[in-house]
Write a protein that binds this ligand. Structure first.
Ligand SMILES: Nc1ccn([C@H]2C[C@H](O)[C@@H](COP(=O)(O)OP(=O)(O)OP(=O)(O)O)O2)c(=O)n1
Length: 160
């Protein structure tokens, strides 16, 4: 669906493509860069874990999906993501020069990485969404915004 609201000659379009929300802006009918991007709320990570568990069960593939094999499979897929970026030089947010086919290829490869990551976490009994919350809390403590604002130094490089 598409929702529009107008202010001062600008029209914002909120469109939902495959459940994903994107917001684009236009001035006098000419589209400008998308302003905001958010993920769809579904499926949840737990739903993805369950769908992949069903996929492997249906194929009797659990015998191959031990933690080390899943790790190697995930790293292999990271390599496939890297292939899409290699030799291109720096790439701007939103991948402005990429074709639709290249974007879809990237979506496939990032999904492969994510699917293996989720199954690896499951097989290692890491509750991934909660672990991410704990790790982000640690990251905030290690890198107080007031101290590190605008600097990409590693935490060990700070004197106090
Ligand atoms: N033993 C396997 C094989 C595949 N998959 C699933 C998870 C990944 O999302 C995807 C990976 O499939 P491929 O190994 O065929 O890899 P690609 O899809 O990347 O194909 P290609 O290597 O030809 O690019 O399929 C899986 O769970 N377990």
């Amino acid at each position: 669906h598409l929702l529009q609201h107008r202010s001062k000659g600008f029209a914002k379009s909120h469109s939902v493509v495959n459940g994903a929300a994107t917001e684009t802006s236009s001035k006098n009918g000419v589209a400008v860069q998308p302003q905001r991007f958010t993920f769809s709320p579904e499926p949840t990570i737990e739903e993805i874990r369950r769908m992949q568990a069903e996929f492997t069960d249906e194929r009797d593939w659990n015998q191959f999906h031990q933690p080390r094999n899943l790790l190697l499979a995930m790293v292999g897929e990271v390599g496939e993501v890297s292939e899409l970026f290699q030799w291109r030089g720096e790439v701007a947010d939103g991948l402005p020069d990429w074709t639709e086919a290249e974007r879809e290829q990237l979506a496939h490869e990032l999904s492969d990485v994510f699917i293996y990551l989720v199954e690896l976490a499951e097989k290692c009994r890491v509750d991934l969404p909660q672990a991410v919350l704990r790790k982000m809390a640690l990251n905030r403590l290690k890198y107080p915004a007031s101290k590190v604002h605008g600097s990409a130094k590693k935490y060990t490089e700070y004197k106090d």
